[in-house]
Design a protein around this ligand. Structure first.
Ligand SMILES: C[S@@+](CC[C@H](N)C(=O)[O-])C[C@H]1O[C@@H](n2cnc3c(N)ncnc32)[C@H](O)[C@@H]1O
Length: 288
């Protein structure tokens, strides 16, 4: 075989390997659609924490404490963590003695949220975990004191629509905390990562949020904070049945029956996994 054919084949194989690395590892399947992203998170779930090398002391100092510092007057906030993954944000907040609130975590990867359930088992009275997509949140407008979504928006098909959902369920005066990717990997995700100016414009313009600030956080991510304009009383540590809309009829009438939740309005049922995770992902067709 002539040398030029061998070189051409080798170049082709290298290019293919680089392309697959970009498609699957660098961009976590986002250009292949939501199912691919979730499939990859399911696949990597057991290794996620080891890959991230999350350090509890750093989480306390650089994640939980700055959030609590932003909400000095809300001692027991009601928190929604969208794309909670293996429970990083709930764990960081609950480890703070000054945090007296309740947290709802949602994620579409069943295996990621199963690990969150395992890690958060000691806090089960203060955390509810729901297997659910970020795109349509099952809560009324103006519900939560704090809405967070860390290291996840860029892996969603329509981050702008999800941001709208996050702002919708945040109460007036509530705090939104998200992340924006930066560095090499951000440049490898064209059309998926906004510049700070674009994101600020979206938060201030389209979503009418105020006091938008960016803060360095990790090499790969910045923390972005914003406040929903207006004032309302803190939601406080409300329980899930007070805020969760039935996936079938939208009413807030869900009754806890142990291994499932039943809607008192329409009779729809949502099962609960053995690990306590509420199985409300509509694509799994388990409701009603
Ligand atoms: C990089 S992890 C971040 C997890 C966690 N927030 C953290 O900081 O460790 C991204 C998470 O987003 C979740 N995710 C991606 N797309 C989603 C969607 N459309 N709805 C809900 N969760 C989604 C994935 O399952 C995964 O757990």
């Amino acid at each position: 075989v002539p040398l030029w054919i061998i070189l051409l084949a080798a170049a082709g194989i290298i290019l293919l390997a680089v392309f697959l690395w970009w498609l699957i590892t660098a961009t976590e399947g986002v250009y292949l659609g939501r199912r691919a992203v979730i499939w990859l998170y399911d696949l990597y779930a057991t290794r996620y924490d080891a890959i991230k090398q999350i350090n509890p002391r750093h989480e306390a100092v650089y994640l939980a404490q700055p959030i609590l510092d932003q909400m000095p007057r809300v001692r027991a906030p009601l928190v929604l963590d969208v794309a909670t993954g293996t429970g990083r944000l709930p764990l960081a907040l609950l480890a703070q003695p000054t945090f007296q609130g309740r947290i709802v975590g949602i994620d579409l990867s069943r295996r990621m949220i199963a690990i969150a359930a395992h890690k958060l088992a000691g806090y089960s009275s203060r955390v509810s975990l729901i297997h659910h997509a970020a795109e349509a949140l099952p809560f009324p407008n103006d519900t939560f004191d704090l809405v967070t979504c860390l290291e996840a928006l860029e892996f969603m098909e329509n981050p702008r629509a999800v941001l709208r959902e996050l702002a919708r369920v945040l109460r007036p005066g509530g705090l939104l905390t998200i992340t924006n990717r930066r560095g090499l990997y951000a440049r490898l995700m064209p059309g998926k990562v906004a510049s700070n100016d674009q994101l600020a414009e979206l938060l201030r313009g389209d979503l009418s949020l105020e006091r938008v600030e960016f803060q360095g956080w990790q090499v790969e991510y910045q923390i972005v904070r914003a406040i929903k304009p207006g004032h309302s009383l803190p939601a406080g540590p409300r329980l899930l049945p007070e805020i969760w809309q039935c996936p079938a009829c939208g009413q807030i009438e869900m009754v806890d029956e142990g291994d499932n939740w039943r809607c008192a309005a329409c009779g729809g049922r949502v099962p609960v996994g053995a690990d306590g995770v509420i199985e409300a992902d509509s694509s799994s067709k388990k409701t009603r």
